[in-house]
Design a protein around this ligand. Structure first.
Ligand code: HEC
Length: 122
C-alpha cells in the first residue's frame, strides 16, 4: 500500500472527502468577488444603448459595435478610458460613476450578444 493510501485509510475516507469539499467550497465562495454578471451588465447598459444600440450593435458608424467583442478587450477599453490611456471626451464622460465590477458586468453582457462584426478578407 502506498503511503498516501495508508494515510487516507488512517484518516478515514469521510474525513478526506470533507477536506476536499471544504477546499472546493472555498474556491467557489471566493469567486463571486471577481465573477461577471451579464444580467447585471444588461441593466447597466441601458444608458449606453443610446449610442451603442440596445444589444451593442450600434447602427451609426461613429459608435463602435460592442456586441460579440472579446470580454477582456471590452474591460481593457473601459479601464483605458478611466486611466486616460485612451482619450475620448464622450466615453470618459460615460464611465464616470462606474466601478471595476460594473466594467466586468458590462463586458460580460456585450461579449455574450450576437455581434455583426466580420473580418473582411481581400
Ligand atoms: C453619447 C454616446 C455614447 C454613449 C452613451 C456611450 N458610448 Fe461608448 N463609445 C462612444 C464613442 C464615440 C466611442 C469611440 C471612442 C473612441 O474612439 O475611443 C465609444 C467607445 C466605447 C468602447 C470601446 C469600443 C472599442 O471597440 O474599442 C466601449 C467598450 C464603450 N464605448 C462602452 C460603453 C459603455 C459600457 C457605455 C455605457 C456605460 C457607453 N459606451 C456609452 C459613444 C458612447
Amino acid at each position: 500500500m502506498t503511503p498516501i493510501r495508508s494515510a487516507i485509510r488512517a484518516l478515514g475516507a469521510n474525513t478526506v472527502r470533507l477536506v476536499l469539499s471544504a477546499g472546493l467550497a472555498c474556491a467557489f465562495l471566493a469567486s463571486p468577488a471577481i465573477a461577471q454578471n451579464a444580467q447585471r451588465g444588461a441593466e447597466l447598459s441601458k444608458p449606453c444603448a443610446a449610442c451603442h444600440g440596445p444589444d451593442g450593435n450600434s447602427i451609426a458608424p461613429n459608435f463602435p459595435r460592442l456586441a460579440g467583442q472579446y470580454e477582456d478587450y471590452l474591460v481593457h477599453a473601459l479601464r483605458s478610458y478611466r486611466t486616460g490611456a485612451r482619450k475620448n471626451a464622450i466615453m470618459s464622460g460615460q464611465i464616470g460613476n462606474l466601478t471595476e465590477q460594473d466594467f466586468r458586468d458590462l463586458a460580460a453582457y456585450y461579449a455574450r450578444q450576437k455581434g455583426t462584426l466580420a473580418v473582411i478578407r481581400q
